[in-house]
Design a protein around this ligand. Structure first.
Ligand SMILES: Cc1cc2nc3c(=O)[nH]c(=O)nc-3n(C[C@H](O)[C@H](O)[C@H](O)COP(=O)(O)OP(=O)(O)OC[C@H]3O[C@@H](n4cnc5c(N)ncnc54)[C@H](O)[C@@H]3O)c2cc1C
Length: 249
């Protein structure tokens, strides 16, 4: 069995999550899986962006795809800013910030339509780096997709770290964004709140599976999708599906 991965090391996005507060234990999950696969003779090729032609050239009997999922750009983000990469999704932003350890000046604004735990861990990490963090969500409260106990811990950590929340707010990007100003508007009253001195604006939204390779390969070879590229969920589902697929092969 050959594993092709665009990443430099095993772990996919879980590696990024392991760098965020509260995610430290995750590294043991993919560390164990990587070691077990090596013991069973699996060959890993890292830093390889697989294309359909290259995969078919290996003449595979079966293909397992774990290409993950990407956060969908929010409606308020104009296409030109999206293409310029000036407003990254949270995953991209945190991967770039992983190199930074010194406090940065300015405000980090995080738009949250994701509401899962990793987004709030990222907010805590951002607060370690930026003078101020403002989380903006169109929903009336944060952490709606977490259990009550988890939500209580998130709310406590936000209070301890002084992370500000603008609930029931959406974002509007106008020309003032060039001067570092982002406007949040209340979803019901449209009352504006200007946030100045913005150094980082990132969004956490629901993820859409990356189906590029699946669409190209499925007509030609048996293909099984696992993890986020089947349906964006969490590390546990991706890991167990991966293990079951590998054992079956
Ligand atoms: C910021 C953030 C926080 C999160 N927090 C949590 C959390 O607290 N708890 C939880 O359970 N889940 C969390 N998740 C979700 C979790 O990370 C994912 O569910 C999990 O990583 C999915 O694993 P996967 O292997 O399916 O996909 P991914 O981890 O996305 O891995 C896909 C890999 O495929 C590679 N790839 C894609 N296309 C190609 C190609 N053509 N050729 C070669 N390689 C390719 C990518 O580079 C990537 O390395 C979080 C996600 C994010 C983004």
């Amino acid at each position: 069995m050959t594993v092709l991965s665009a990443g430099a090391e095993p772990g996919g996005k879980a590696r990024l999550r392991a760098l965020l507060p509260g995610g430290e234990s995750l590294s043991s999950v993919y560390g164990f899986q990587h070691g077990a696969a090596l013991r069973h003779g699996v060959r890993f090729e890292f830093g390889v962006q697989a294309a359909a032609a290259g995969v078919l050239a290996l003449r595979p009997d079966a293909v397992v795809l774990a290409t993950g999922a990407a956060m969908v750009a929010p409606d308020w983000l104009p296409a030109d800013l999206r293409e310029a990469g000036l407003v990254p999704d949270l995953r991209t932003a945190m991967a770039e910030l992983a190199r930074h350890h010194r406090p940065q000046p300015g405000v980090a604004v995080l738009y949250d339509f994701d509401h899962t735990e990793g987004t709030y861990s990222a907010a805590v990490r951002l607060r370690q780096l930026f003078e101020r963090v403002v989380l903006v969500t169109p929903l009336p409260a944060i952490a709606r997709d977490t259990s009550l106990v988890t939500r209580q811990g998130i709310v406590r950590r936000f209070a301890e770290h002084g992370i500000e929340v603008l609930a029931s707010h959406d974002l509007v990007l106008g020309s003032a964004f060039d001067d570092g100003v982002v406007t949040a508007v209340h979803v019901y009253t449209r009352a504006p709140t200007a946030i100045a001195d913005v150094a980082l604006l990132a969004y956490a939204t629901p993820r859409a599976p990356d189906e590029t390779l699946w669409a190209a390969l499925a007509p030609q070879v048996p293909v099984q999708r696992i993890g986020d590229c089947r349906s964006a969920r969490g590390v546990q589902a991706a890991t167990s599906e991966g293990q079951l697929a590998a054992l079956a092969i």
